[in-house]
Design a protein around this ligand. Structure first.
Ligand SMILES: [Zn+2]
Ligand SMILES: [Zn+2]
Length: 320
């Protein structure tokens, strides 16, 4: 089968012909990949930012697949140890011994994939296996962040939420906030095209972050670079919540005088097994729009190159 893998530390993508994996225990499942989304984390893996191993490593962690037993499925890919207190509550993405597919275990840029436990398999229902592939990371990560914001937004009326960064994750967040809260949703992004897309998805205002006026009850920073976190700290309300989700490495000071009084600052990481089940139910109930461009798996390098340049409207999805 074809698998797109990293070998050494040079970041080159290799298009390898390797054996189809075989399940070694009754709990493991081999699935036929239907689609795999391209996440910016894949670029971080290629660049060596996470120290990913083993090598060779098949990339990819936004996977839909066909299983002989279950039909079309989503694969939950932030795999944990299954034994620690975080895994006990399904928060496997926080597991200290996590081995996420495509980051620290073999992923979904391939024709088949070995899933280490059947608890990671979620039936797709009548969702489109290609368009909905990004729900596995982009959609799920935005969903958990929005759930954290809802806890604060629901304490009042006439609240406003701000989504910083209108790429794939921000686009999901705008839709979830509209579906699940009565907050007015604003978007901050320097790219006017992305701002227009966000308005089309339900944002009532979208502009460059410098042109926005706070305060906002909830600020979801899907960039979390230095500049965006500084914007977030400036725009969040007293007793509001600032959630850092993006992995761009910004840092801001914390303490009296540095952030608004009683504002809560937190990070949000991927999503739990329960979050994923809840999100799939939401997707089956409401119409979530996926801004997706399909490419054949053999074009993985093109997808990466375009993603680096920011030449993407929402999410690339690779189809084997
Ligand atoms: Zn991801
Ligand atoms: Zn664990």
């Amino acid at each position: 089968m074809l698998a797109v893998r990293l070998h050494g530390g040079d970041g080159a993508l290799h298009f390898d012909d390797i054996d189809v994996p075989v399940a070694a225990t009754a709990d493991q499942v081999v699935v036929k990949v239907r689609a795999c989304g391209v996440c910016y984390s894949d670029i971080h893996v290629v660049d060596g930012d996470f120290g990913s191993e083993p090598r060779p490593l098949t990339l990819g962690h936004e996977v839909t697949a066909f299983s002989e037993e279950h039909g079309d499925v989503f694969v939950y890919t932030p795999w944990g140890c299954g034994e620690c207190r975080f895994c006990a509550t399904g928060s496997e993405m926080i597991c200290p011994k996590s081995h996420e597919a495509g980051l620290f275990d073999q992923g979904g840029y391939a024709e088949y994939m070995l899933v280490p436990h059947r608890r990671y398999i979620f039936p797709l229902g009548d969702l489109d296996p290609i368009d909905s592939a990004p729900l596995g990371c982009g959609g799920l990560t935005a969903f958990r962040a929005v759930k954290q914001a809802l806890g604060v937004l629901r304490q009042g009326h006439g609240q406003r939420a701000l989504v910083l960064g209108a790429g794939g994750l921000g686009q999901y967040a705008v839709q979830y906030l509209r579906m699940l809260s009565d907050a007015e949703v604003h978007v901050g992004d320097p790219d006017p095209v992305k701002c227009e897309t966000a308005k089309g998805l339900g944002a009532s205002e979208a502009a460059a972050p410098g042109d926005l006026e706070g305060p906002y009850t909830a600020v979801l920073d899907f960039v979390a670079a230095q500049a965006s976190l500084e914007d977030a700290a400036r725009l969040v309300d007293r007793q509001g919540i600032l959630i850092a989700i993006g992995l761009h490495g910004g840092r801001i000071p914390f303490g009296f005088g540095a952030v608004p009084m009683e504002a809560r600052l937190t990070t949000s990481v991927w999503g739990s097994l329960d979050d994923f089940a809840e999100l799939i139910q939401l997707a089956q109930r409401e119409e979530i729009r996926h801004v997706v461009e399909r490419l054949p798996l053999a074009d993985a390098a093109i997808a990466h190159e375009r993603l680096r340049r920011g030449d993407v409207k929402g999410r690339f999805v690779l189809v084997p």
